[in-house]
Write a protein that binds this ligand. Structure first.
Ligand SMILES: [Zn+2]
Length: 469
């Protein structure tokens, strides 16, 4: 082991001697480009070995080894985590190396016969530094999906053709293509290898269904991707359409619909509205109590925030399950909906005191408020009561009680934006009253609000009483 380790040290120190970071500034254009290519070739050799090592780590950490998995013995959940710890690369990079290493590793042969790698041509090209790791990954990712049903000989031919494209070898010696071009070609091969009719369309769809949440934030948002089965997409579309504002909801609109949309001042795009309906669906599902518990508790999201930050309005909060901080506004919203539990730490991080959970409306209170409000109380909003959250009109932090006289139904969006939207809510004798934003109603008139069918019927019998000031 020390022999190899010594070699690595020697190569590294020679490289550091031979290469200088300030050298490129002095090169001519052509020298610059030639050296860029030459350095890449050097990097490919190192990459090939990094991939091989990752494949071996994964092999020794395979699930069937149980307690004897290398990753388990070293206190990690998987080969990927072990690699991350040892090399300090990202989870994405560790996963890429592991899957590439597994696909190009020579497998044990049967009864002493020599083994072959799952992708032998890619393995050879990678090992000699003829293709880079990202090009190899493009080929393997696309072709591997077709393996269950593709003809093995055609699959092997596709693999060889793609390697030729990548290395500029073979018949006609094409210009070497980039990893991105290779991905496009590999996708074309995958379509060819996976012709329609190889299996019934619905079974293909069933196998390909998926829903993925991105791992990292892009411009403050988590990207989602995936492919839904048509019936799932249809149900989701119905839910979205049923609860989007009438102005953009599609279909025929009555004058009443248009008036309602104008009154609510709806200015969300259809995409934004679908997002907000999804938020409401998720909250409703989490609240239903019919979901598997996590450690005995309902699947709620824990939010931690410093009391001082919450008061001053400066700082950030953290939600478990995502690595990036969330805004204090988001934290306040989640606290208003989900209640709080105060945990006091000392300077060293030890827990000094644990408060009891509070500020959550009970199911009884929720039913009563639902009968009174009937749905999100903002005019023009079509989110039904079952999908709403209960908002503390006077915040709990300012002494507002968790009592029906201080709780109103708001949908996720109107709750999230209640501090900035211009809608002001106040309670008068236990009845919610609204003052619309100035741009919507310059008179600043307070109006009682409800969507409860019983109370609406009542209002038609007699005019609403003016609220006490
Ligand atoms: Zn609403």
């Amino acid at each position: 082991m020390t022999g190899i380790s010594d070699t690595h040290h020697e190569v590294r120190s020679r490289l550091l001697d031979a290469l200088r970071l300030d050298a490129p500034a002095a090169w001519t254009d052509d020298e610059l480009l030639v050296n860029a290519g030459a350095l890449e070739a050097l990097g490919r050799v190192v990459d090939a070995h990094r991939v091989a090592v990752a494949g071996e780590v994964a092999e020794r950490s395979r699930v069937e080894l149980g307690d004897q998995r290398l990753s388990t013995r070293k206190g990690c959940r998987s080969a990927v985590e072990l690699l991350e710890r040892v090399t300090q690369v990202s989870g994405f990079e560790a996963r890429r190396r592991v899957s590439l290493g597994a696909a190009t590793r020579v497998r044990d042969g049967f009864a002493g016969e020599p083994g072959v790698a799952r992708f032998p041509s890619v393995a050879d090209a990678l090992a000699t530094g003829a293709v880079g790791a990202d090009a190899a990954a493009s080929i393997i990712r696309e072709l591997d999906r077709t393996r269950p049903f593709a003809d093995p000989a055609r699959l092997a031919a596709a693999e060889q053709a793609l390697v030729n494209e990548a290395t500029g070898s073979g018949d006609g010696a094409p210009v070497r293509c980039t990893a991105d071009e290779l991905r496009v070609q590999a996708q074309a091969w995958a379509v060819f290898l996976d012709p329609d009719g190889a299996e019934p369309a619905d079974e293909r769809a069933m196998r390909r269904r998926g829903f993925r949440l991105g791992r990292t934030l892009r411009d403050g948002l988590i990207p989602v991707t995936g492919e839904l089965l048509p019936e799932v997409a249809a149900k989701l579309t119905r839910l979205f359409d049923a609860h989007r504002s009438p102005r953009v909801g599609g279909g025929f609109q009555t004058d009443h619909d248009r008036a309602r949309a104008a009154e609510s001042g709806e200015d969300r795009s259809p995409d934004q509205q679908r997002h907000d309906v999804l938020a409401a669906i998720i909250d409703t599902a989490a609240r239903s109590g019919e979901h598997p518990t996590i450690g005995g508790a309902a699947p709620t999201v824990l939010v931690s925030v410093r009391a001082a930050d919450l008061t001053s309005g400066r700082g950030v909060a953290h939600a478990d399950g995502i690595d990036t901080p969330i805004s204090l506004r988001a934290a306040r919203h989640m606290i208003c909906t989900g209640g709080t539990q105060t945990v006091t730490f000392d300077d060293t991080g030890r827990i000094l005191a644990l408060g009891s959970p509070e500020r959550c409306f009970t199911a009884h209170q929720r039913r009563a408020i639902t009968l009174r409000d009937g749905g999100c109380i903002i005019p023009g909003c079509t989110i039904p009561a079952a999908w709403t959250e209960i908002h503390h009109v006077t915040p709990a932090a300012d002494g507002g009680p968790t009592h029906p006289d201080n709780g109103v139904l708001l949908c996720w969006f109107h709750h999230r934006t209640i501090d900035t939207s211009g809608w002001i809510i106040r309670m008068a004798r236990g009845v919610p009253h609204l003052r619309p934003p100035r741009w919507l109603d310059p008179t600043g008139t307070w109006r009682p609000t409800t969507k409860s069918p019983t109370r609406l019927a009542d209002q038609h019998e007699r005019p609403p009483r003016a609220p006490a000031a």
